[in-house]
Design a protein around this ligand. Sequence first.
Ligand code: CDP
Ligand code: CDP
Length: 226
Amino acid sequence: DSDRINIAIDGPAGAGKSTVARMVAGQLGYVYIDTGAMYRAVTLSAQRLAIAFEQESALSELLSGLRIKLEPGPNGQSIFVNGEDVTQEIRSREVTRQVSYFAASGVVRGVLSAMQREMAARKGVVMDGRDIGTHVLPDAELKVFLTASVKERAARRFKELPADQAISLEQLEKEIAERDALDEQRDISPLLKAHDAIELDSSYMTIEEVVASIVKLSRTKLAEAK
Ligand code: CDP
Ligand code: CDP
C-alpha cells in the first residue's frame, strides 16, 4: 500500500520523540506507537514479581504471559498489561531507573521487537524508540534521529515533574546521562543513528517546528513511494 509509509523516530531520553511522534501521527492520520512504554511495562511487571534483569528464564516466562496493548488515551497513549492500565505507573522513578537494564536483555528485546514489527506490518505507523530505524523497522521509508543537548533534555523533563518532586535538576541530568550511556553501550541493538536517518537537533526548535519538519519530510517520502 503506497498510500502510507512507516516513520521511525529514534533518539535519547527527553529529545521530544513521543511528543512529536504523537503529533505527527495525528496530522497524518497514522497510528502512534511508543516502544519505550513497552520496555517500561515489562520492567514494571518484572519489578512487581521481584524478577531481576539477569534472570533470563524467569523473564522469558514472564514475557510469554504478558499481553501488552497500546491505545489512544486521554493524555496521549494508554498502555495496558493483561487488561490493567499501567500508563501512570510505568513513569515512576523506580521504573525509569531500571528500564535500561531490562532493555539490554536479549530475551526482552527479542519479544518486544517482534511485537513492534507486527504492529507496523500494515504501514501508517509512527514508532518512536531507540532501535526502530536500525533494527525494528530497517525498511521504514522515513527515519528521524531526534537529539538535543543533555542540559536541554534534562530541563524539559524537570518542567514535567510534579511540584512535590524529590529530585533536583542536577540529579535528573545525571540519571538521563546514565540512561543514555547504558542505551548506547549495550550489545544488542544499541541507541544509534541509522545510516539513512535524518538527524534533527531540537535544542533550539519548538515542538511545532520539529513536527512541521517531520511532516514535510514524510510528504516527500510519500510522493517518492507512489
Ligand atoms: O521517554 P524516555 O525517553 O524517558 O524513555 P522511553 O522512550 O520511555 O524509553 C525507556 C527506556 O526503554 C530507554 O531508556 C531504553 O532503555 C528502552 N528502550 C529501548 O531500549 N528500545 C526502544 N525501542 C525503546 C526504549
Ligand atoms: O520521548 P522523549 O523522551 O524523546 O521526549 P518527550 O517525552 O516527548 O519529552 C520532551 C519534553 O520536552 C516534553 O515536555 C515536550 O513538551 C518538551 N519539548 C519538546 O518535546 N520539543 C521541543 N522542541 C521543546 C520542548
